[in-house]
Design a protein. Structure first.
Length: 246
């Protein structure tokens, strides 16, 4: 494993610095082990990720930054099992992404980039209730969790509004609410601050903090140079299929 990928913050009298000591992989909630992913065939085949190693421990938030087409979305899709690596393995909370899918997805919250994934004519409340059922939340808890999500993400006044009647920022708050409704242990976020105003960014930061406070892990992908509403233990740059300290 490359040392460049194992920089962990340590506290000193002068404040936070970075150590070259490798984190304990056995405690990682997200683990990429020598992962390679190709796209295309024959002469057109290219490696988007090449021998990538990464561990994200409990209570840890890691940001991966990179230019357009660097492979950030591919990395997150590998973590969900949507894509399979051509080599290496991805493990989420001791579960390989090629096994026990139902249990794996109970533990994951994935926010894709953009504003897709919503049903135009379904209300905000309808989306949350539908997702509560898809996520196999206990029936007796669904109503309470939906109501809590409406409050936490500032959606109470929009509960009866159709998705196609929402602004882009309101849609993003709904998508965040859906991502976190089932209280995932591992949060995968692809450009999560898109279209959010100051209040939305505050809600996003608070929600990430809640995941970390209960011992979860956050893997956050963003474009180069974008300021973020949360603090990260590590910020890594993805370029040429490899990770390095940003």
């Amino acid at each position: 494993m490359s040392e460049a990928l194992t920089l962990e913050p340590t506290e000193t009298g002068a404040g936070r610095r970075f150590s070259n000591q490798a984190p304990d992989a056995s405690g990682a909630l997200v683990s990429f082990d020598d992962v390679t992913r190709y796209f295309g065939r024959g002469r057109s085949r290219r490696a988007v990720l090449r021998g990538l190693d990464l561990q994200v421990g409990a209570g840890t938030a890691v940001c991966i930054s990179g230019g357009n087409g660097a492979g950030k979305t591919t990395l997150l899709r590998l973590a969900t099992g949507i894509l399979a690596p051509n080599a290496g393995r991805v493990i989420i909370d001791d579960i390989g992404t090629d096994e026990r899918w139902r249990e794996l997805h109970r533990r994951l919250g994935f926010l894709s980039a953009g504003d897709r994934g919503l049903y135009a004519r379904l209300s905000v409340h309808g989306h949350l209730a539908f997702w509560a059922a898809l996520a196999f939340l206990p029936r007796k808890e669904r109503k309470r969790l939906v109501e809590e999500a409406l409050v936490r993400f500032g959606l109470c006044d929009l509960a009866k509004r159709r998705a196609d009647r929402l602004s882009l920022g309101q849609r993003q708050r709904l998508r965040l609410a859906l991502t976190m409704l089932h209280r995932p242990k591992v949060l995968l976020l692809d450009e999560p601050r898109s279209s959010l105003d100051a209040e939305g960014l505050k809600i996003l930061g608070s929600s990430v903090g809640e995941v970390l406070a209960r011992g979860g892990a956050v893997l956050w992908c963003s474009p180069l140079g974008e300021e973020q509403p949360v603090s990260f233990e590590r910020i890594l740059l993805l370029a040429d299929g490899k990770l390095s300290p940003a």
